[in-house]
Design a protein around this ligand. Structure first.
Ligand code: ATP
Ligand code: MG
Length: 178
């Protein structure tokens, strides 16, 4: 358990380059090493094949991870009702987890994308930040973070793509992309 007298931070990773989710996972690893309790909630993801999910399940009992999405990609223009439903349930679950105060670090992976796709509302996310117990550190990830959320965060890092191997035809690879 972390020092509960501390001021929790809201940290946000956005931008179009590779490294946002992995930065958040790095923080989870760092916190777990100090025996802090960590909760990772992934919006719009629904595949157990990610290496991080397997590593956490097998080796890192201090970290809880839940995926609230389907395996298929979500359409930005015409999201399926299941995708909207899952994202809204994910947000409500995130609220429970945060308000419980049981977790020192809560990571909401791809929440910025869920906002950008209008699966969830910015007002609801802002409310969740307001309701957070003061000691809880919160990490938000995903492209296209809305400006009000960046204004509200204590830390914002934008990962900017300079180049990506995908452009050279290198397909997604285990251990690198998933
Ligand atoms: P990572 O999970 O590797 O930290 P990320 O969270 O920054 O990446 P996302 O925007 O969530 O990236 O995109 C998810 C997937 O798309 C990842 O597998 C990532 O490798 C890949 N990706 C990230 N940036 C780019 C890019 N600029 N071009 C093509 N693919 C990308
Ligand atoms: Mg990501």
């Amino acid at each position: 358990m972390a020092n509960r007298e501390k001021k929790g931070l809201v940290m946000l990773y956005t931008g179009n380059g590779k490294g946002k989710t992995t930065a958040a996972l790095g923080l989870a690893l760092r916190a777990a090493g100090h025996d802090f309790s960590v909760f990772i909630l992934q919006f719009m993801k629904g595949s157990e094949t990610y290496g991080e999910i397997q590593a956490i399940r097998r080796h890192l009992p201090q970290i809880t991870v839940e995926q609230w999405g389907r395996e298929s990609f979500v359409s930005k223009t015409h999201p399926a009702w299941e995708d909207v439903d899952l994202a809204m349930k994910a947000l409500s679950r995130a609220g429970e987890v945060i308000r419980s105060g049981e977790y020192d670090l809560v990571i909401l992976d791809e929440i910025n994308v869920a906002l950008d796709f209008r699966l969830i509302s910015l007002d609801a996310v802002m409310k969740l930040l307001d309701e957070r117990p003061p000691h809880v550190d919160l990490v938000l990830t995903g492209r296209w973070a809305p400006q009000p959320l960046m204004d509200r965060a204590d830390m914002v890092s934008e990962v900017q793509e300079i180049k990506h191997h995908y452009a050279d035809g290198v397909p997604a690879r285990e251990g690198i992309e998933f």
